[in-house]
Design a protein around this ligand. Structure first.
Ligand SMILES: [Zn+2]
Length: 288
């Protein structure tokens, strides 16, 4: 594994006081402070960013629970420190403790290498782009939260979502919040966070199946005359049998692949990949 590990950004500047967090209802009167580092401030209201968040601690809850109560999913948390010493999420706080919370270290190591993903229902565009890059990405538009969790557990997949409530599910072994509203930003975030070898054009963007080269003669009868005249190299999904060839929309996807390779990956291209400007474009009559 190459060394690309980056330190979490330090907590920004001097902290003012953000006051107690509304909604926390700990019974005890023990005051503690929580300082969020890096981009973790995105998870709290604007008025609390770059401020030490005062929390009235009940004396029994875990530090992890306190951090979650502020609004920060533990999936996004790296080191937790008190007086410079790292403590676990199960740690119990003492009066006057000042806790620094780091974002998760990137690249993040997961249970499987490379990680396999499961995307929440509203991340369909990201699912397609990850598949085009050859990343194993499950996606089902009809899955509810229970189905997503059981799928992630069963196949040891990293659940990617923008739903913070879903990230708090205890049954989920691996999950991550996806930053960005546009697919380009989301893809950049995922590639930056995980160690992902890329194999462009080796997976079907429709179903996540693997692609295999198919002889033109085998599928010629399914192609439009213009396509048949223009292209000689074809691939077919081994699961849904969708046929692909170098497509008209290749440039945008090739730009994405170049960007991904340049910034994030040392992965090599699979020898079965066309890798020369072929968008994995669904054949209009491409089901064989
Ligand atoms: Zn397919």
């Amino acid at each position: 594994m190459r060394s690309r590990e980056r330190s979490a950004r330090p907590c920004a500047g001097q902290f003012g006081f953000g006051g107690a967090v509304a909604g926390l209802s700990y019974g005890g009167p023990v005051p503690v402070e929580v300082r969020l580092c890096g981009d973790l401030v995105r998870f709290v209201p604007a008025r609390l960013r770059n401020k030490a968040i005062r929390v009235t601690y009940d004396g029994t809850s875990s530090l992890g629970h306190v951090v979650e109560s502020i609004g920060v999913p533990l999936t996004e948390v790296g080191a937790l420190r008190i007086d410079g010493h790292t403590v676990p999420p199960a740690h119990r706080l003492a009066e006057g403790d000042v806790v620094e919370v780091d974002p998760v270290t990137r690249p993040q190591t997961m249970a499987t290498s490379p990680p396999r993903f499961l995307l929440d229902v509203h991340l369909g565009a990201l699912a397609r782009w990850l598949r085009v890059l050859g990343v194993d990405t499950a996606y089902d538009t009809d899955a509810d939260d229970e189905a997503l969790v059981s799928h992630a557990v069963r196949e040891r997949r990293v659940l990617l979502t923008k739903d913070r409530g879903l990230l708090r599910r205890r049954a989920l072994p691996y999950a991550a919040y996806v930053r960005g509203s546009r697919v380009e930003a989301q893809l950049t975030d995922v590639l930056d966070r995980f160690e992902l070898p890329l194999a462009p054009y080796t997976r079907c963007p429709v179903c996540n199946g693997t692609l295999a080269t198919v002889a033109k003669d085998e599928i010629a009868h399914l192609l439009e005359p213009g396509t048949r005249r223009s292209y000689d190299d074809y691939a077919r999904c081994t699961q849904c049998l969708q046929t692909y060839w170098p497509g008209a929309h290749a440039k945008r996807l090739d730009d994405v692949i170049r960007l991904a390779r340049a910034r994030f990956s040392n992965g090599t291209v699979s020898p079965t990949s066309p890798d020369r400007g072929s968008e994995a474009r669904a054949a209009e009559k491409g089901r064989t």
